[in-house]
Write a protein that binds this ligand. Structure first.
Ligand SMILES: [Zn+2]
Length: 436
């Protein structure tokens, strides 16, 4: 067995914050699994609206979770494509179904609370509807072999997501439903993480966090918190696009930056510029938290972050200030997926690559955990790795309050058995019961 890390040496969170989280959450430990309703039955690189509409069996899912002793289900209710999987008057729901509502109704019969994950700035559908709200490149460059130019909006072909045409439906017809679909096809799946998708390639957009998009998001947030009995609301993609360093230089952002800092600091180059990016994201976090709490004060607010170097990645590319964001939202969930980078099952080389990422992610977290001011609930992966690798991550990344696993579809039968044993032998079932 892997030796557990003594995280108490690295994490500096006030005891009262932890106690108040445990009290609010209602169980001593958190044991969650993520579900992406529109990513099909296997990996997560397919956008499969047909499966969400016709194939998703809510009772079957809840029964399986209960059998493995999970006490929390994390549903991705708004995906990167922009699809909303609840009964919405404001957003785009291509599934013809109130998936969140169905889970909430069925969930009442189980010892399982529902939290939601909400993709914020990445939104292909809104990028199609409102190109004027998409973030803008500040310089020309090339990514994935495709050139882009200064002043152009950041709508690009998606690196990972792929779409299959439903049976008997032609491309042009399906494009009416999925307007951000392109006629380019990725034919063959590879072993490296960004080469595993197959099918038609959609476009993707990162919206400007100083645009009207934020108000659209807050309207969606209100709708969800008001209408559904959820335990937690977690913002994902609460950041700029990590693939680029030059976002966003739209007129709105430049004007706002000049209003605050004057004419001297340089766009894209000054430390003021990166403060501005981070504060833009912080402002969204504050509005998000206020919106959630004004409707339901006991709904836990959270956010997801990615591991990596503080200056070059979190600050310059993502615009995420871990200290500020975790001072606003109740909990933070770093997404630690080393064995998504590769698995021993694909051969020795890929096992070594992933072992390296495991080592690096643990080291990076040890170094940076002190930046967090709120309880830390890590999400790690079960999909696309083997049982041994999954358990290694679960043990390594439990900082004391439990662990979340990504994700429901794609987890093997052997892994499900191991997840159940993990709850019984390593978390303790008494810790997973809700008291309220
Ligand atoms: Zn902008």
């Amino acid at each position: 067995m892997v030796r557990k890390v003594d995280w108490s040496k690295y994490v500096k969170i006030k005891q009262d914050k932890i106690e108040s989280f445990v009290k609010n959450f209602g169980a001593k430990k958190f044991y969650a699994i993520g579900l992406m309703p529109i990513r099909g039955q296997k990996g997560f690189r397919k956008l499969d609206y047909e499966f969400a509409e016709k194939g998703l069996n809510i009772d079957e899912i809840m029964t399986k979770l209960e059998d493995a002793h999970f006490n929390t289900l994390g549903i991705v209710i708004k995906d990167t494509a922009g699809a909303c999987t609840w009964n919405t008057k404001v957003g785009w729901n291509p599934t013809n179904r109130d998936i969140l509502g169905e889970f909430c109704d069925v969930g009442k019969d189980y010892n399982i609370e529902i939290i939601v994950s909400f993709t914020s700035m990445n939104d292909a559908y809104q990028g199609y509807l409102h190109p004027d709200r998409v973030s803008v490149h500040g310089k020309s460059g090339e990514k994935y072999g495709i050139k882009y130019h200064e002043g152009e909006i950041s709508t690009h072909i998606d690196g990972e997501m792929r779409i299959d045409l439903p049976e008997g439906i032609a491309f042009q017809e399906y494009k009416k439903k999925i307007p951000f679909l392109t006629n380019q096809i990725d034919e063959e799946a590879g072993k490296s993480r960004d080469a595993r998708g197959e099918g038609y390639i959609p476009l993707t957009s990162f919206m400007c966090p100083n645009s009207e998009h934020v108000n659209y998001l807050l309207e969606l947030v209100s709708e969800v918190v008001k209408n559904y009995p959820i335990k937690g609301f977690f913002a994902d993609y609460i950041r700029y696009d990590g693939a680029y360093t030059d976002l966003c230089t739209c007129n709105r952002c430049i004007q706002k930056f000049r209003d605050i800092y004057g004419n001297k600091p340089k766009l894209l180059k000054s430390s003021e510029w990166y403060d501005f990016k981070a504060d833009t994201i912080v402002n969204y976090a504050r509005k998000l938290n206020d919106t959630i709490k004004s409707i339901n004060n006991t709904c836990v607010s959270g956010w997801f972050c990615l591991p990596g170097p503080k200056k070059l990645f979190s600050r310059k590319r993502l615009g995420q200030d871990w200290t500020k964001l975790s001072s606003i939202l109740d909990v933070v969930s770093p997404m630690e997926y080393p064995y998504l980078m590769g698995t021993r099952d694909d051969g020795w080389y890929w096992g070594k690559i992933a072992d390296f990422f495991y080592w690096y992610f643990i080291r990076n977290l040890k170094k940076r955990a002190k930046e967090f001011k709120a309880p830390v609930l890590i999400t790690t992966n079960s999909v696309e790795c083997n049982t041994k690798e999954m358990l290694k991550q679960m043990r390594g990344f439990d900082l004391g309050l439990g662990i979340a696993v990504f994700k429901y579809f794609g987890t093997s039968d052997e892994q499900w058995k191991a997840l159940k044993r993990y709850a019984e032998e390593e978390i303790g079932l008494e810790n997973l019961k809700f008291s309220n």
